[in-house]
Design a protein around this ligand. Sequence first.
Ligand SMILES: CC(C)(COP(=O)(O)OP(=O)(O)OC[C@H]1O[C@@H](n2cnc3c(N)ncnc32)[C@H](O)[C@@H]1OP(=O)(O)O)[C@@H](O)C(=O)NCCC(=O)NCCS
Length: 173
Amino acid sequence: MTSIIPLAEIDPQLVEALLDSAFGTDRHDRTAYRLREGMTMLEGLSLAAVDEERHELLGSIQCWPVALTDQQGKKHPMIMVGPVAVYPDFQREGIGRAMMTALLKEIQPDDPLPLVMIGDPEYYERFFGFSAEGTAGWSLPGPWEPSRLLVRSNPKHPLPETGTLGPWTQSRV
Ligand SMILES: CC(C)(COP(=O)(O)OP(=O)(O)OC[C@H]1O[C@@H](n2cnc3c(N)ncnc32)[C@H](O)[C@@H]1OP(=O)(O)O)[C@@H](O)C(=O)NCCC(=O)NCCS
């Protein structure tokens, strides 16, 4: 049986091996890694899918603190989702959906922080309501495909149309 448990319970080396398998060993050069450089993973929102009988890691989902800095220099905090990974042999069996569904349940339901990610719109829009609409004017610290910069936010709180996405560091006071 597959269970969803805190990622903190998994040996970090096993998580690295999973991510190498899903994204390749050159993954550290990706813009997604620069977006959260220097940040600590949000442990309460980072999960693992495990096969309970075989004590095997099948997939993982991580969350990181990032912020969109608007043209006035104001930071708009967001939760960056990713990497999301499932071992190739176990993909398309519902594990990715189970992990994301579990994550969404953990998020403050009344006034959630916006979720942002770089991912396949066909998957994340279809199942979880992410969209690239509204992110076209954002800048990132590296190359990205605009159609893959996705956000899921409360429509009552519109996000800035322009800004720079990066680690959620404290502003100088
Ligand atoms: C993307 C990923 C996390 C999805 O998890 P998964 O467990 O394989 O997918 P699920 O079983 O939950 O979902 C299955 C459904 O999603 C669709 N789907 C899966 N991956 C998809 C993708 N990348 N694009 C579009 N649709 C996709 C399947 O066709 C299937 O649809 P169906 O039910 O109509 O047949 C996983 O395939 C993966 O690790 N891929 C490599 C790493 C990656 O690209 N991560 C995302 C960026 S952070």
